[in-house]
Write a protein that binds this ligand. Structure first.
Ligand code: FAD
Length: 426
């Protein structure tokens, strides 16, 4: 619209905006996101959008993040704060780090962890934690996505923080983040969508894409024609919906792997503990890999913004064909896990237990991913289809909200002005 192009529409399957970044209010009045979302940005376009729609209606936070290890909390990143471990494990981790030859991104993820961090850190944290997140054996994954997603520490720095007993907690792009003052992360996209008015059509589920006639067919039997299509549905689903598609493109889409996540939110009648923002759980003492102290982000995430009475923990538990999860008793196991790991003290009353199934949560960077993407995306681009966003591009390393917004802006510029895209490439 800002480029002066008027002839466009958004078709959204659901009845509301936001996709994976939407928020819900449960019947007890607790707000939940689809897993822990924090807003941080690498791009001016995203900053500008946030400023335009949210203005001052956000809170700024400094990350306070920890890993649960046995009976204690280790500040994040684990590998930077080994002084918090019991002496035996600290020694094992430090020695492994000193002796580690160093990883390179041609290795698979399992080899990369071992070569980068050595046996101790890999065994005590990296391997168990990453399996809990990705629900995929690390031998199936590449290590090309790592970039700024994992803190790669020099052993000298680890040794220094150990010997001088100094915390090393500032690493990473999300050590400062903002969060909407009310409405959860989804408030950002509700406001964006409000500005677009009737341009966004809800409950319009695309069921077939005909690239020869350039027509979208919808579940309600209607259709729409297009010149260029920008698609954010999962890439493997898009390929399945194509009416005409060569076999090699269909076969490549079968190679794409993803996990799912159950977001289990537990609302307690106990005051907010204003200490940690989020916590990681590599061990079996809890089913989830992460828990977010959600009322700390904004009091409005609990009923009546009453954090003297209520607190809320948003947890994420992954699943896949390699890691089955029984959802029937997951709520109870999550609640037990929160108490067993000391996140919640005593036995406060549970006033809400809200479960959201997110079947497409993390696009897994498998070893065959990039070849598959090259095949699929080249064909789609030849047919004027831009598949972008977290699952449209299927690249975890550019799968956050700021990346997704930037990919959308770039695709619009490419379609309207033929300007080359800046972050997405085949
Ligand atoms: C557990 C988790 C934690 C995350 N944490 C963070 C974080 O801390 N910070 C961050 O910046 N990002 C985070 N993200 C990523 C963030 O959610 C995504 O970057 C963002 O939502 C991607 O937006 P998108 O538009 O690409 O796709 P999506 O949000 O997936 O939206 C795709 C849309 O397409 C619609 N759709 C699908 N199929 C059809 C169809 N057939 N017809 C019509 N419409 C259809 C869907 O309903 C959906 O609304 C996280 C994601 C997850 C899952």
């Amino acid at each position: 619209m800002k480029l002066g192009h008027e002839n466009w529409k958004v078709f959204e399957r659901s009845d509301r905006p936001g996709g994976l970044a939407a928020s819900v209010v449960d019947p007890a009045g607790f707000t939940w996101d689809h897993g822990g979302h924090v807003v941080f940005s690498h791009y001016g376009e995203f900053d500008k959008l946030l400023e335009e729609v949210m203005g001052d209606d956000v809170y700024a936070h400094e990350r306070s993040s920890y890993i649960r290890f046995r009976d204690r909390w280790v500040p994040y990143p684990f590998q930077n704060n080994l002084r918090y471990l019991p002496p035996e494990q600290a020694y094992e981790c430090l020695l492994g780090l000193i002796e580690a030859p160093g990883g390179d991104t041609n290795m698979d993820f399992a080899q990369w962890m071992e070569a980068t961090f050595g046996g101790g850190i890999t065994h005590h944290f990296m391997r168990p934690y990453n399996f809990k997140v990705w629900a995929t054996p690390p031998e199936r994954m590449s290590s090309q996505w790592i970039g700024e997603r994992v803190s790669v520490i020099d052993y000298r720095r680890a040794l220094r923080s150990f010997v001088f007993q100094e915390d090393d907690v500032a690493w990473g792009p999300n050590n400062l983040f903002v969060f909407p003052a009310a409405g959860g992360t989804g408030e950002i996209y509700r406001r964006v969508a409000m500005r677009l008015g009737e341009r966004v059509e809800y409950e319009r589920s695309v069921v077939r894409v005909d690239t020869e006639t350039k027509t979208l067919h919808f579940a309600d039997g209607s259709d729409e024609s297009y010149d260029h299509l920008l698609s954010t549905m999962p890439l493997d689903v898009l390929v399945r919906l194509l009416v005409h598609c060569p076999d090699h493109v269909r076969a490549a889409a079968e190679d794409l792997e993803h996990n799912g996540v159950y977001m289990v939110g537990i609302g307690y009648e106990t005051p907010l503990k204003d200490d940690k923002s989020w916590m990681y759980f590599p061990e079996d003492s809890a089913p989830f890999y992460r828990a977010t102290n959600f009322a700390k982000y904004s009091a409005a995430n609990v009923p009546d913004a009453d954090t003297a009475t209520y607190s809320s923990y948003m947890t994420e538990t992954s699943y896949s064909r390699y890691k089955q999860e029984d959802v029937d008793d997951l709520g109870d196991r999550v609640e037990e896990g929160l108490r067993a790991t000391g996140v919640v003290e005593g036995r406060p009353e549970v006033v809400s237990m809200h479960v959201v199934d997110i079947p497409y949560a993390y696009p897994v960077p498998t070893l065959g991913r990039d070849d598959a993407l090259q095949t699929i995306q080249t064909w789609l681009m030849d047919h004027d289809i831009y598949s972008r966003g977290r699952f449209g591009a299927w690249r975890y390393e550019i799968g956050n909200m700021d990346h997704s917004v930037k990919m959308g802006v770039d695709a619009a510029r490419s379609i309207v002005n033929k300007t080359p895209e800046e972050i997405w490439t085949t």
